[in-house]
Write a protein that binds this ligand. Structure first.
Ligand SMILES: NC(=O)c1ccc[n+]([C@@H]2O[C@H](COP(=O)([O-])OP(=O)(O)OC[C@H]3O[C@@H](n4cnc5c(N)ncnc54)[C@H](O)[C@@H]3O)[C@@H](O)[C@H]2O)c1
Length: 294
């Protein structure tokens, strides 16, 4: 069973998200709030989630105003994406509020940390991998289950980084870089499984990870999964790097001679979420001012 593409969509609607809900992890952060606003402006309802108890009040007011102006809706839910027990509970709460089923995910939550590899504290290393990789997986799993239960197609955008493709000059972030590289491979793996049931062998070998090997494999509408790999972005986090003179070095490392603004990721992410990218899955969209091409 394959799903036909929606090819008759008018060109001006290729980036529209009407009639769907989109989940955003890291939704109180710089990229998460910027993308969330763009989703609300593009007709989608947005569920912002983050580990902080509430988003910045001024930012949230502006997001609610955007939703009202565009006839869309915004919700905020506190969620630590590494808390495997809380994830399904929070989704049980969210489901009751939605007007439309989830058909999109933007996985923005992420942390970094700088230390020489020889001295890297192992608990910090594990934490970075836990948030950036395992937490991202838990969210994709929860959203895929929502899409399967509602029998709808969907699109997931996992925010990776150019640091998953190259090591950063002048800053020692081994676990961050490794975790972002893992996001590229997670993207391909989930895209393969959720694009069509014939893409992978049914798991017939019993084991701890596969307790029901003979369970019938149900075909679901396809979920597309892609990643975006940003280059350096000017966010509150880069403030410290600026003081150390790192930003002026980064500017020289890409072809446009500057670092990016969070707003420049709106179009790439909307494109991947929306029907305009209907034949794109398992891909990484690198948006880095040419950093990795140089
Ligand atoms: N800023 C950059 O230069 C840059 C470059 C490439 C990629 N990225 C990636 O873009 C994404 C967004 O980054 P940003 O610049 O907006 O950073 P940010 O710190 O502003 O946003 C990240 C958000 O994730 C949240 N978060 C952290 N741990 C969490 C957890 N366990 N559960 C739930 N939420 C959690 C934080 O509270 C924060 O609000 C990240 O994945 C980051 O790695 C950023």
């Amino acid at each position: 069973m394959t799903f036909p593409a929606e090819v008759q969509i008018p060109t001006q609607d290729l980036f529209r998200l009407d009639g769907r809900s989109i989940f955003i992890s890291g939704g109180a952060g710089a990229v998460g709030t910027t993308i969330g606003k763009a989703i609300l402006e593009s007709g989608g309802d947005a569920v912002f989630s983050d580990m902080v108890s509430s988003p910045d009040p001024d930012t949230w007011k502006s997001l609610e105003d955007t939703a009202t102006k565009n006839g869309t809706k915004a919700w905020y839910h506190q969620l630590d994406i590494t808390d495997a027990e809380s994830v399904p509970k929070v989704f049980d709460d969210i489901r009751k509020e939605l007007r439309f089923p989830f058909r999109g995910l933007v996985a923005c939550a992420g942390i970094s940390g700088e230390c020489d590899a020889c001295d890297y504290p192992i608990d910090v290393f594990r934490k970075i991998v836990d948030v950036n990789l395992t937490g991202t997986f838990l969210i994709t799993q929860a959203v895929a289950k929502e899409m399967h239960a509602a029998e709808v197609t969907g699109s997931m955008v996992l925010i990776a980084s150019m640091s998953g493709l190259v090591a950063n000059k002048g800053i020692n972030t081994a676990p961050y870089n490794a975790s972002k590289s893992a996001i590229h491979q997670l993207t391909r793996s989930l895209a393969a499984e959720w694009g069509h049931p014939q893409n992978t062998f049914p798991g017939r070998t019993p084991g701890d990870a596969n307790p029901n090997p003979n369970e019938e494999r149900k075909p679901y509408p396809p979920i597309r999964v892609n990643s975006v790999s940003p280059g350096h972005i000017e966010t509150p986090i880069t403030g410290a790097a600026k003081q150390r003179g790192l930003v002026s070095q980064w500017e020289k490392q890409n072809m446009l001679g500057r670092i990016s603004q969070a707003e420049e990721y709106r179009a790439p992410i909307l494109f991947l979420l929306a029907p305009g990218s209907s034949f794109m899955t398992g891909a990484d969209l690198r948006v880095d001012g040419g950093h990795c091409a140089w």
